[in-house]
Design a protein around this ligand. Structure first.
Ligand code: NCD
Length: 430
């Protein structure tokens, strides 16, 4: 049993700041125990249901949530295409969430609108996990990234971290920057074209107040030799309004074997995936490429999160015993290699999730503003050439998507002003 993770029982996870560093430490103890001995946890969610509501495309995030719940002995329901849900009939997000929270014990939701997850948390009867809200945050990818970094580097402090690519629209970048800025002596090198620079709020409200060192460079070659972590990202095509801008910027950075020769021997290359062109396949066989190991850590990270939010980690079986009471072989400690996770056996412990607390996700430092209050943009409205704000939506439970606010010229959605709350869920794909 991991003492302390019960403090997360019933909570929502909307952005990385919702968990204190101390809570994160406890959470990682649990996650690392799961990596080592997944079978101990194979029944802790028996009888529990996870809903996955994906209003935007996903492979890893949705499937890893579903795999995680199934490996904890629970089950899943949900949709991967909002067109197949009542969103297509014009149902409000609030109503969908109220409905689903009657069926499920925990909800993981991805939505193209900034602020959607926060709104969901305010009406849900069960914990809500933000699986990505537009260009804003993606906290479970950050838990994945941190678990990977801890496992490979043995620490999350004193690291030089290069964030490369679409730092403007990449929600994984925003969440990772916010999380890593909380650990001592981390330093960031921000590698992007001018049009895709990291939002000002990350600089002004995350880095500067914490005294975090950062620099901005245009060429990957100028930074790669200094890095402990290189976090590559895809240019977020779906957040652009103007195809020409996307085409012009999409291949700004391509990591290849030649550039890897300039890097430290113990560089760790991460990417939330999917990749398009930004990492040449020839890099995959380099031992410093950790992005597929990262995928596996993503499942463990989500197992730990679901168990923690449901308050069921204490139901883990005693070490060394499988569900039938027979001795098991521990899974490899390092999931980078070949952590084979056994399928859950039947045992049937039952776990009761406590009443969820309401969004302790209070909107600060980049969290979307509260539903029903005024939307204070914490992501930049104008970050370069061509961004149009994500559709701000009213908090009223019955409104449809408001017209997008203009925040520039021609890029769609996202990392512009997060809406006060996101009510319409129509058009999961933009
Ligand atoms: C990321 C996302 O959806 O933000 N993918 C993921 O969740 N693993 C990154 C991306 O889509 O580029």
């Amino acid at each position: 049993m991991t003492k302390g993770v019960t403090m997360l029982k019933g909570r929502h996870l909307i952005e990385p700041g919702n968990l204190s560093v101390q809570e994160l430490d406890r959470y990682f103890e649990l996650a690392e125990n799961i990596v080592k001995e997944p079978l101990r946890y194979s029944e802790v969610c028996r009888g529990k249901i996870l809903a996955t509501l994906f209003f935007e495309p996903s492979t890893r995030t949705r499937l890893s949530f579903e795999a995680a719940m199934q490996r904890l002995g629970g089950s899943t329901l949900g949709f991967a295409d909002p067109g197949a849900s009542s969103a297509a009939k014009g149902e409000s997000l609030s109503d969908t969430i109220r409905t689903v929270s009657c069926y499920a014990d925990v909800i993981a939701m991805r939505n193209p609108k900034e602020g959607a997850a926060l709104l969901a948390s305010q009406v849900s009867e069960v914990p809500v996990i933000n699986a990505g809200d537009g260009g804003h945050h993606h906290p479970t990818q950050t838990l994945t990234d941190l678990l990977t970094i801890r496992s490979i580097k043995g620490k999350t402090e004193g690291l030089t971290i290069g964030l490369c690519g679409d730092l403007k629209f990449g929600r994984t970048v925003h969440s990772l920057a916010k999380a890593m800025a909380r650990y001592p002596r981390n330093r960031f090198i921000l590698i992007s074209p001018p049009e895709l620079e990291i939002p000002d709020y990350i600089i002004n409200r995350v880095f500067k107040p914490a005294g975090v060192q950062y620099s901005q460079v245009r060429r990957m070659e100028d930074a790669i030799g200094d890095l402990d972590i290189l976090y590559m990202t895809r240019v977020q095509k779906e957040r652009f309004f103007n195809e020409q801008d996307y085409v012009r910027l999409k291949d700004s950075y391509i990591l290849d074997a030649e550039k890897m020769r300039l890097a430290k021997k113990d560089l760790c290359v991460l990417h939330p995936l999917p990749r398009v062109n930004e990492i040449s396949p020839e890099v995959d066989s380099d031992p410093r490429a950790a992005y597929f190991a990262q995928v596996k850590y993503g499942m463990y990270a989500r197992m730990a999160l679901i168990a923690a939010l449901l308050g069921v980690d204490g139901n883990a079986k005693p070490s060394g015993l499988d569900a039938n009471g027979t001795t098991q072989t521990a899974a490899p400690a390092n999931a980078c290699t070949s952590a084979k996770v056994d399928t859950p056996a039947n045992a049937g412990t039952s776990a009761k999730a406590g009443a969820p607390v309401k969004a302790d996700a209070s909107a600060k430092d980049g969290a979307p503003a509260n539903a029903g209050t005024s939307a204070k943009a914490d992501t930049p409205a104008n970050a370069g050439t061509s961004a149009k704000a994500g559709a701000p939506v009213k908090a009223d439970t019955s409104v449809k998507a408001g017209a997008p606010a203009n925040a520039g010229t021609s890029a769609k959605a996202s990392s512009s002003a997060p809406a006060a709350a996101v009510e319409s869920q129509k058009g999961g794909k933009k």
